[in-house]
Design a protein around this ligand. Sequence first.
Ligand code: ATP
Ligand code: MG
Length: 379
Amino acid sequence: MPTVTFENVSKIFADYAAIRNINFKIADGEFVVFVGPSGCGKTTTLRMLAGLETPSYGSIFFDEVDVTLVPPGRRDIAMVFQSYALYPHLSTYQNLAFGPRARHEDKQLTDQRIREVARMLGLDSLLGRRPSELSGGQRQRIALGRAMVRQPKVFLLDEPLSNLDAALRAQMRIEITDLQRRLGVTTAYVTHDQVEALTMGHRIAVFNKGELLQIDTPQRLYQQPVNEFVATFIGSPKMNLVPGTLERFDQSVFLKCLGRNTQLSDRQAKGLRSGDISSVNIGLRPQDVHWTQDAPGRCTQKIRGIVHAVEPTGAETFVIVDVDGQSVEAQFPSFSQIRPGDQVELVFDSEDLYVFDAASGVNLLSGYVRDGEALLLSA
Ligand SMILES: Nc1ncnc2c1ncn2[C@@H]1O[C@H](COP(=O)(O)OP(=O)(O)OP(=O)(O)O)[C@@H](O)[C@H]1O
Ligand SMILES: [Mg+2]
């Protein structure tokens, strides 16, 4: 399987820059997920990888070979499209066999592969049916199966699970991850669902407005997002962001936010790359804001507020609290019996704070590594 490299790649449609100067590598056998909001350039990037779009600038390599101008048919790639098209007049079996037949591949070998792929995807009892006699999820699995029958060098998947219901999506997520591990095929997978990205990818590439903001392991994206966009895009519920100011006294750094003054730990203060920035946004994940009655001992920073909304999710309850005019989401235990209008005390550990430049959104603490977690963080 080849290593895929994008070098200074841009794509301009008429006068619109869909992709702006992106650089990344997908290692041999690696599973990389492209994630980002609608219109950020995920499909365009995948289509350039497949050879269906030509970059306006820059180059694409498979190992050392420049494939920028190599047509799709000569790249040995299989792609499952966002809007897959099955042949309506052909059965499941014939749909799966269409590619290999067109390429005049060995009939017996093809038959073997189709039956194996059908078994893996739970399609073996549906081989005689036409697409109109199948559910959306079953059709989507045929589209996946067609790509798998091909045994490509590189596997490209564009939101292949978008038409499935939640249960089937969760199941297919595990199956595709497992399949990719077994086949060891270099894979790029597009989704706008951050849960899908975090659970499936070895590394995740976060796009926004045509730019590749960060490509990193799930842990590192979660713990060390490069900026506010990545920080709020990865993680559910979304990271809380509240405006604050930064003040230095000698070696100490204080954050003024949510009506209180919090001193950063020595390690955070050392890692802070703030220069003369004083206007910041403070980030805190809902999972790191606790109810006083149910908090780890290290959480000593107290804030008070009035409950605005309560969202039980089963195992835990997320509570939105008005604190000093700001909305802060906190994780409560499911048994808390909290109601809107209640006054509550919340606590957090200042070690869990993120600090972003209010003007640029840059994470002023990234590069900051927690004790004992260094192994998780090495890419
Ligand atoms: N052939 C084209 N001509 C002009 N503009 C295009 C073309 N293809 C894509 N675009 C524009 O480029 C941008 C990126 O599109 P792309 O399809 O890559 O987004 P995406 O991240 O896949 O979004 P989605 O999640 O909605 O599928 C969009 O603004 C889109 O309108
Ligand atoms: Mg798309």
